[in-house]
Design a protein around this ligand. Sequence first.
Ligand code: PLP
Length: 455
Amino acid sequence: MPLTNTLPTADLQALDAAHHMHPFTANGALAEKGARIITRADGVRLTDSEGVELIDGMAGLWCVNIGYGRHELAEAAARQMRELPFYNTFFQTSHVPAITLAAKLAELAPDNLNHVFFAGSGSEANDTNIRLVRQYWALKGQPERRTIIARRNAYHGSTMGGGSLGGMAAMHAQGGMPIPGIVHIDQPYWWGEGGDTTPEAFGLERAGQLEAKILELGPENVAAFIAEPVQGAGGVIIPPESYWPEVQRIVDQYGILLIADEVITGFGRLGHWFGSQSYGIRPHIMTVAKGLSSGYQPIGGSIVCDEVAQVVAQDEFNHGYTYSGHPVAAAVALENLRILAEERIVDRVRETTAPYLAQAWSSLSDHPLVGEAVSRGLMASLALTPDKASRAGFAMEPGTAGYICREYCFANNLVMRHVGDRMIIAPPLVITNVDIDMLIDRARRALDQTLAHLH
Ligand code: PLP
């Protein structure tokens, strides 16, 4: 069947609703209100099947770090497909793209994170991490160290392992998650859950839950703690400054492995190559995906420290994916990393666009609907509220105001996502200050329209 780009939008929508099961979507609703169909993209802009241009405030799904339309990546893929479209890395075979990418990641990653286990996605990489940390402790003669501590409202993927590590109540309500051996503590979400405490005290309190949980389980039973440096899909929740230093102290004290899920924060989003560097954290494993290839190819991985890799290397690790280190994905990722470095995109985020976004975004906090307007690097969020002083939720079903606002953003040709009643952005890292202004104008217009709608 040829691609159906020439069909009218309504026909595409009907085919889509009839045959295509969408992720994280009430698919029945697609029959009534068809999906918006994106046909092209360039830089930070998308074009839909009606020829309308939108600013992509979400970089696809937090992944198109270098922006759309970089033909160098297409050429890298075509070159690699002609030379070696596939080979595996099982059973003592390897190939040049996987070797080169692993070495490159070892060079970019901080400290002694020098070893890479490749996967096809962030979810797969987090499944790998569950296996890796348990195998590490088993080989160290402590097989009872199996439990992994994670956080409520975290997102670590959608496989059974990733979804279980994540703390999304709506996901756990379906399909029998979490799997055994994974427990959750509360998130460091001061605006929503901090009440009268100061952010600093609240950050310490929420980090303290990690220590309490380790002691409750017995440190001898705990394998690892996993967390996103900044929670993305949970609503761009930026922890208080006190949080991460205290978490680092606790994992050091009890000898627990720290897994930083850098699927969103990796490759420049927070103005450093990795979010861990932005917060001064020293993880034993970092999960990466998304920005590794800027989403041009599906690829993820676990970047593992010397100690864990050397212990796991003592025995055969009975784990892997057909597409671990896929040569075409690896070649595209290498080209993406070259562009990020040579065009100083990560530095520009830190020095220019992130400070500009921080100042421009915070101007939205004067809007009557906005309770907080926060950003870190090029991730930002707004908390919608009917009452800033009390930080109250809306009387209607949670998430309704956010959904309405998202629809007005769409109508104003801006892709901004809502998580409950938080509005979030994570634009391509190549966004300019002029485009940031345009994005914020559209967001303000959508907020005004949402306010009018709610009254
Ligand atoms: N971890 C984090 C922090 C994520 O944000 C995501 C996806 O949004 C994942 C893991 C899962 O990655 P993937 O969708 O590539 O499986």
